[in-house]
Design a protein around this ligand. Structure first.
Ligand code: SF4
Length: 494
């Protein structure tokens, strides 16, 4: 194996030495549409930064020895003052600098990010770590650094209005402090990354979101693990360590009510119904099951929009006049050209009519509806009326029904296969929101071949339709459970 330690491996190892070892050996997989869309946004921002910074020399990125040679030669030419994509290597460490700007006898290091500057000027820790790793490798390669900064998307920028898209934020002090910390960790990180065996894992709160937890590391082969407890805090986890198997947790462990409910359900293998399920009685029929898909282009598409503005581009609505009894299905998928936003809202308002519950899963649709009124104040009253009819099925599941198969989660993707095993997202070309967003974004910017566009549109329609059908069926199942509990008074036509 090549002895290289790149930024991704190094930063993974900063959080956990074992994760660094796994990251270095991780096979490259083809990116999901959601990730491709993210890369597209990053590249767009990179191009914008280069335009904003002015003429500079773009260096080759690969193969590595060519990139290193080209960088060394460019650094030595006094007339070159702006470099893009310079590559550095020190020992096993390899880094690439987005931008280098000559400043006296040294260089300003600039890292370009597709995130927005924050209101309070705080910078994300992961951004600081990114630029600190590059600074570490540059310093160790003997390249003097004057200043470190991040180029972030401006909060003020609006499409069609004057002003720069990107702003530069000085992070020199924070980066130099972080470089000192990285320097201390360096020998241990390098040793851990190149060893034959993975460094011994240690349970900690970051394991919860670690991509290796279930596939390779501590959670492997354990079907009920500690992170199935919802909202597990670092403090509580510390008290339970090193226990990973939830079933081995002592019965009197210190847990919140919700955690205890999940723990007892998983341990007993028996689902539990709670009083919250009776909220289902508040649904009035006909019920409109509504789901949106949205896209957030990194750089704005519509006049007066800022960066990362979120736009719904698709809806699915199943209409039922009684539990599980579908009488109509409506769907909308925006064309990739032009501005569809008003058409979207008007079609949606027509479909939803003016009576009956609008059933959603989580408060996402409510937030999107609220934002829809901004560009179209003349439709604000009608949108507000729809919002008043919203009924959140997720809130009912959260408070009213716990099944061991949910594994402590309540997302529709977890709940559906347990409650309605014949329906599922497996095998679908688009099977989660990020992919839907990515597919639409990539279609809109013309990345896909024309011949494949119709298929992508069908995939999107199929996915969104399943989201609302899933709600119809989960709702029906929950009502069946409530009926068995003997507490339901179903209202029709109210
Ligand atoms: S699961 Fe935890 S110990 Fe294992 S690699 Fe991930 S963060 Fe490290």
């Amino acid at each position: 194996m090549d002895a290289t330690i790149d930024k991704q491996t190094f930063l993974a190892a900063v959080g956990c030495r074992t994760a660094g070892w796994y990251t270095r050996r991780q096979p490259k997989e083809s990116p999901t549409p959601g990730l491709e869309w993210q890369f597209y946004g990053g590249n767009e921002v990179g191009r914008t930064a280069r335009v904003q910074l002015g003429d500079g020399l773009m260096l080759p990125r690969s193969p590595q020895h060519v990139a290193l040679d080209a960088t060394a030669r460019a650094l030595a030419i006094p007339g070159i003052s702006l470099l893009f994509e310079a590559t550095f290597r020190n020992g096993a460490l390899v880094a690439r600098a987005d931008v280098l700007r000559r400043a006296g006898r040294g260089w300003d290091l600039i890292e370009v990010k597709s995130g927005k500057e924050t209101e309070d000027g705080e910078v994300k820790g992961e951004y600081l770590d990114d630029v600190s790793f590059t600074a570490l490798v540059m310093q160790r390669s003997g390249v003097p650094i004057n200043r470190c900064s991040l180029m972030l998307l401006s909060r003020e920028y609006r499409l069609g209005a004057p002003g720069d898209v990107l702003v530069e934020v000085d992070v020199t002090d924070a980066v130099l402090a972080r470089v000192a910390q990285f320097t201390e960790m360096l020998p241990e990180i390098v040793r851990g990354c190149v060893e034959e065996e993975a460094p011994p894992p240690e349970l900690k709160i970051i394991c919860r979101k670690c991509e290796f937890f279930e596939s390779e590391c501590l959670g492997r082969g354990i079907d009920a693990h500690i992170f199935m407890l919802p909202g597990l805090s670092e403090k509580r986890l510390a008290a339970m360590k090193p226990l990973v198997d939830l079933r081995l947790l002592p019965a009197d462990a210190d847990l919140t009510d919700n955690q205890r409910r999940v723990f007892e359900v998983i341990r007993s293998g028996e689902p539990r119904v709670s009083a919250g399920l009776a909220q289902l009685d508040a649904v009035s029929w006909p019920a409109y099951y509504l789901d949106f898909e949205t896209v957030s282009p990194t750089l704005p598409w519509f006049d007066q929009d800022g960066a990362h503005e979120q736009h719904p581009f698709q809806f699915s609505v199943h209409v039922c006049d009684a539990p599980g009894h579908v009488v109509a299905h409506h769907e909308y998928l925006a064309q990739c050209e032009g501005d569809w936003r008003r058409d979207f809202v008007e079609r949606l308002l027509d479909v939803l009519g003016d009576a009956g519950s609008v059933v959603v899963y989580t408060d996402f649709e409510k937030k999107v509806l609220n934002a829809m009124a901004n560009p179209f104040p003349d439709l604000a009253d009608r949108i507000a009326m729809v919002i008043r009819r919203i009924f959140d099925l997720h809130a009912v599941v959260k408070s009213g029904y716990c099944h061991p198969g949910f594994q402590g989660r309540t997302s529709i993707k977890k709940v559906l296969p347990v409650m309605v095993p014949e329906l599922g997202y497996e095998g679908m070309a688009v099977n989660e929101g990020n992919s839907a967003s990515g597919v639409f974004g990539l279609m809109r910017v013309g990345v896909y071949h024309e011949e494949s566009v119709e298929q992508h549109r069908r995939d999107l329609l199929e996915y969104c339709k399943l989201d609302t059908l899933a709600m119809v069926r989960v709702h029906e199942e929950l009502l069946g459970i409530l009926r068995s509990a003997g507490t339901l008074k179903t209202r029709r036509g109210t």
